[in-house]
Ligand binder design. Structure first.
Ligand SMILES: [Zn+2]
Ligand SMILES: [Zn+2]
Length: 341
C-alpha cells in the first residue's frame, strides 16, 4: 500500500509499505482523506515540530478519515464499510493527568504521526491504518468524508476555545489565519462570540478567515490598519510566532485570558512577561483535545461553510506537491491528500 514517510528535513517519500493487520482490540481503516497539518509541514521542512525531533523515518498524518475494513480479535465498532473519522490520540489512562480528566496532556499518550515519543508513533498518511477500535467514530448522517477530514483540526480549535472560557457576547482576537486560526474563528462564532478579529500578514489567509466568519480582518504588518481593536476580551494565539503572542499580550484586556495555541519555535521564547504581571493576564496553553472530537463532528455536520476552508484535494502519490501547496498560505488553506483516487 501507498504511504507518505518523512525521513528528515525536506525528505518526504511516497513509498510502498506493508499492509497492516489489526491486532486484538484494533480496527483497520481504509484511509480516504488525510489533512495536511502545520505539524506535518514542520516535520517536512525542519525535521521536527516544537521540541519534538524526528529520530527515525515516520509515516506522517493524524487528520484521517476513511471506511472500516476489518477488526482484530475482541474488537468491535461500526459495521465494515462505514465512513469513519479517526480520533488520533491514545492516552495511557493511568497517569495523574488522565486520572484528572486532562487526557490531552497525558504524559504517556500515543498520537498518530508524532515524534513526541520514541519509537515514533507511525501516522495515517497511508492507504490503510490500524488504530484502537474505540478511536473510530462513524460520521453523523449528512456529513461526507471530505468535510469530516476537518474533525481533528476543528477539535484543536474547540479545545483552545474551551481554554479561553465562555466567549458568548465577547470580542475574541485570533492571531494567525492559517487553517487552525480559521477554525478557531468558526468555533468562536459558533460558541456565540459577538465579534471576532483576526490578524495575519497575508490577504489570502485573511480571506479564508472571512469565509470562516471573522468580523474584522487586520493586516498584522500594518500599524495603521483601521481594524486594530483597542482591546479584546480574550485572545487565541494561532500563528506560533512570537510577534503574534506579543500582539495578544498587548490587546487582551486586563484580567483577560490569552490562549497560546500555535506551537512556538523550539526552545525558550522571549515575551512581554511584565504585561502578564501588571495586567493579570491569564496565559494558558492549549494542546490537542480530547472529547471535543465528537463535538467537532456535530458542528461539521451542521455547518457547510467549513467546505470553503478545504482549498485543494491532491492525490496521495503527489504528496510532495500537496505539501508545497499547503506550505504556501498565499494559495491554500487546508489541503487534503486523497488515498482513494
Ligand atoms: Zn492537525
Ligand atoms: Zn495518561
Amino acid at each position: 500500500m501507498l504511504g507518505c514517510v518523512i525521513h528528515g528535513p525536506g525528505d518526504l517519500r511516497v513509498a510502498e509499505l506493508p499492509e497492516p493487520r489489526p491486532g486484538p482490540g484494533q480496527a483497520l481503516v481504509a484511509v480516504r482523506y488525510g489533512g495536511v497539518c502545520g505539524s506535518d509541514l514542520h516535520y517536512w521542512r525542519h525535521g521536527g515540530v516544537g521540541d519534538f525531533r524526528l529520530r527515525e523515518p515516520m509515516v506522517l498524518g493524524h487528520e484521517v478519515v476513511g471506511t472500516t475494513l476489518s477488526y482484530g480479535d475482541g474488537a468491535s465498532g461500526p459495521p465494515l464499510g462505514t465512513a469513519v473519522a479517526v480520533h488520533p490520540a491514545t492516552p495511557c489512562g493511568m497517569c495523574p493527568e488522565c486520572a484528572d480528566g486532562r487526557r490531552n496532556v497525558c504524559r504517556d499518550t500515543r498520537y498518530l504521526g508524532s515524534a513526541a515519543r520514541f519509537p515514533h508513533v507511525q501516522g495515517g498518511f497511508a492507504a490503510q491504518v490500524v488504530v484502537p477500535a474505540e478511536q473510530v467514530r462513524p460520521l453523523p448522517a449528512g456529513l461526507d468524508l471530505r468535510r469530516a477530514a476537518l474533525a481533528e483540526p476543528l477539535s484543536v480549535a474547540l479545545h483552545a476555545l474551551r481554554r479561553a472560557g465562555d466567549v458568548r457576547g465577547r470580542h475574541v482576537l485570533v492571531t494567525g489565519a492559517g487553517p487552525i486560526g480559521c477554525l478557531v474563528v468558526a468555533a468562536a462564532k459558533a460558541a456565540g462570540a459577538a465579534r471576532v478579529t483576526v490578524t495575519d500578514l497575508l490577504p489570502a489567509a485573511l480571506a479564508y478567515a472571512s469565509a470562516a466568519g471573522a468580523d474584522t480582518l487586520v493586516r498584522a504588518d500594518d500599524p495603521t490598519d483601521r481594524g486594530w481593536p483597542a482591546e479584546v476580551d480574550a485572545a487565541v494565539e494561532a500563528s506560533g510566532v512570537a510577534a503574534g503572542l506579543d500582539t495578544c499580550l498587548r490587546l487582551v484586556r486586563r484580567g483577560g485570558v490569552l490562549v497560546q495555541l500555535g506551537m512556538l519555535p523550539p526552545g525558550p521564547s522571549p515575551f512581554a512577561g511584565n504585561l502578564v504581571v501588571s495586567r493579570e493576564i491569564e496565559l494558558r496553553g492549549a494542546f490537542r483535545f480530547d472529547g471535543e472530537f465528537d463535538e467537532a463532528l456535530t458542528l461539521l455536520t451542521a455547518e457547510p461553510l467549513f467546505d470553503e476552508l478545504i482549498s485543494a484535494v491532491v492525490p496521495a502519490r503527489d504528496a510532495e506537491s500537496a505539501f508545497t501547496l499547503a506550505a504556501d498560505r498565499s494559495r491554500s488553506c487546508k489541503v487534503l491528500l486523497d488515498f482513494g483516487s
